[in-house]
Design a protein around this ligand. Sequence first.
Ligand code: PLP
Length: 416
Amino acid sequence: MGSTPNSFGLVLDAPGVRGRPVTALTKDGSSLTEFMQSTIFNRQELKEPFYVLDLGVVMSLYEKWTQSLPMVKPFYAVKCNPEPALLGALASLGSNFDCASQAEIEAVLSLGVSPDRIVYANPCKAESHIKYAASVGVNLTTFDSREELDKIRNWHPKCDLLLRIKPLDDGGARCPLGPKYGALPEEIAPLLQAAQAAQLNVTGVSFHIGSGATNSRAYHGAISAAKTVFDTAAELGLPKLHILNIGGGFTADPQFDVAASAVKAAIQTHFSNEPGLTIISEPGRFFAESVFTLATNVIGKRVRGDLREYWINDGVYGSMNCILYDHATITCMPLACTSNRANAICKGLRTHNSTVFGPTCDALDTVLTGQQLPELQLSDWLVFPNMGAYTAAAGSSFNGFNTAAIFYHLVYSNPN
Ligand SMILES: *Cc1c(COP(=O)(O)O)cnc(C)c1O
C-alpha cells in the first residue's frame, strides 16, 4: 500500500511519537519477530511484558480507509486503544476522533487536535463532562433520550446534536450495542420535536451496528433508517439534517471490503439526493486491532502427563480482558525460545497440549486452553498478534499486575 514518504515524516513527528525511538523494519514479514527477539536479547534482565506498535501498519490502514471510503471521514474511537502514539499518528494523518468522556477529550486535545475534530459520541453523558465539552468547544454530540436533551439544554445549548438510532439488525456483532443505545423508530419523532421545542440544533443521525460486525448487510438497514429520520425531521419542519454518522463495527480484514461496498451502495441508494451531506464514521477496531503485538514472558510451568501448563505475566485482568469483554479469540506463538533454541521460532518441534494462565490468583485468569505449543521453559516468550483492540485499554491492576505499566515499543514496517 503506497503511502507517501511525506506521511512517514508526519507520523514520525506526531505528538505521542516525536522523541520516542522508532525502529524501521524491513519489508519481509519476519522482521517484527526479529525486532522482538533483539528486544528481549538486549533487555535480558527485563522479563516484563511489552507491546510493539507498528506505525507503518497504521499508515497502511489509514490509506486503505481513504481509498475504500473516500466520502466517509474517520473519527477514531479513542476507547478502543488510547495509546498516545496511535492517537498522534492518526491525528497527523488527518483522522478525527470519537471521545466518550472528559478524559478522552483531554487526551485528544493535548495532541494539539482542534475541538472541531472531535465528536462527543456518548449518548448518555455526565453533566460535568458536558460542561467541560462546552468549555473547550467540543460542539458535536449524540443523544437518544429526552433526559439527555434536558442536560444539553442546561449546559451546552449551542451543541450540534446527532440522534443516535438503534439499528434493527446488529450485524451478527461480537459486541452488540443495540441493547443499550439508540432511539426506537417510534421514539424518533417525539425526540426530534422535543429538541425543536428546546431550541436545540439537531444536525444529523448516528448509529452503531455493533462492534466486530460480521454481517455488512446491517449497514444497509441502518443507513436506510437514518434516511427515514432525515425525512421525518424535514416533515416536522426542523432545519435540514446534514450529518450522517455510520459509527464503527469495521474490521481490518477482507470483511472490510465487503463492508465498504455495502456502505457505499447504501449511501448511493438512500442519500444520493442529499447535497451538502457530511458522512462520518467512528472506527475503533479497524485502526487498532492489528497494529499492536504483545509479548509476554513465561513465569511459571507445571507438567501433568502430556499436558503442559504455563503462567505468563499478562492475563485476563490485563490485556486479555478482551476474552471476556470483547468476546475475542486470541492466538499465541512462542518467540525465540531463549532456553535452548537461540534463533528458532520453535517451528517443527514436537508440540504438546498446553494451557496458558495469566498471573493473578484467580482460575478465571486462563488465557488459552487446548493449545498445541512446543515445550516451553521458564523465561521463554509467548507472542500474541492483533492485540490492539479493547485490550490494554480495559486492563486493570488487579493483584498488583498493572496493565497501564506495560511498555510500548514503536516500529514502522515500510509500506512502500
Ligand atoms: C465503541 C464505539 C465505537 C468503535 O466501535 P468499533 O466497533 O471498535 O469500530 C464507535 N462509536 C461508538 C459510539 C462506540 O461506542
